[in-house]
Design a protein around this ligand. Structure first.
Ligand code: ZN
Length: 229
């Protein structure tokens, strides 16, 4: 059976900011879908905040093996009921790939059980270090690579200690950040990946796209999803 991927994007910055629309004319979700499109044997669906039921009614989540999540300015507009539905799906085995400012997304914060706050400042050059090179998510990724401009996210990052920290971000200002973290929750796996600020073409970067493809494969359920948590 083909792996079923749902890409959820808030989808608001692209409509209001020409700088964002320049990189993502059809939305961040469209570029993420394009990045994953070369995976074999997958079905890719996209959903946005403004779709009915946020695009995530129960029948969609029941048919999703891996859910990607990009959100920023409207975390509060995602109904609690939808966040609870996502978390329930993760506990039953769905993979959950949380991108960039999704660190404050309701379903992620609920799964972590901490504030998920971080240190933030304006943009800088980032170097991403692969600190678990044998990890499936790091396959084909060099020891380190640069992202010319990215929003600075730094420690302390108030998350529980990750089960695996695959990537560490370093910024030209000297800050460091746990940029690629795996968490196991119930039968599911969660991967938080920091690069992806909307005003830069981060999701066009070949290594970033490879990481996303690797992560989807890694997060895919290894056993049939359970009906109950
Ligand atoms: Zn950002």
């Amino acid at each position: 059976m083909a792996l079923s991927i749902t890409i959820w994007n808030e989808g608001l910055h692209e409509k209001t900011s020409p700088a964002v629309a320049a990189h993502y004319p059809d939305g961040i979700h469209a570029v993420l879908a394009e990045a994953l499109g070369s995976l074999e044997d997958v079905r890719i669906r996209t959903a946005t905040l403004e779709d009915p039921d946020c695009g995530l009614p129960p029948e969609v989540l029941d048919d999703t093996d891996v859910l990607l999540w990009w959100g920023h300015m409207a975390h509060g507009r995602v109904p609690d009921e939808t966040a609870a539905r996502v978390d329930d799906a993760v506990l039953r085995g769905m993979g959950f790939l949380v991108l960039h400012s999704g660190h404050m997304a309701k379903p992620f914060v609920r799964l972590m059980g901490t504030s998920c706050t971080l240190t933030w400042r304006d943009d800088d050059r980032e170097r991403l270090w692969t600190i678990l090179p044998a990890h499936p998510i790091a396959q084909g990724i060099p020891e380190q690579f640069e992202i010319p401009m990215e929003e600075m996210y730094g420690e302390p990052f108030d998350i529980p200690e990750p089960d695996e920290t695959v990537f560490l971000g370093w910024f030209a200002g000297g800050e460091v950040f746990r940029s690629g973290c795996v968490f196991r929750r119930g039968r599911g796996r969660v991967f938080y990946f920091q690069p992806g600020h909307e005003t830069y073409p981060i999701y066009h970067h070949p290594h970033v796209r490879q990481i996303l493809r690797n992560a989807v494969r890694y997060l895919a359920p290894t056993a049939p999803r359970r009906k109950e948590p």
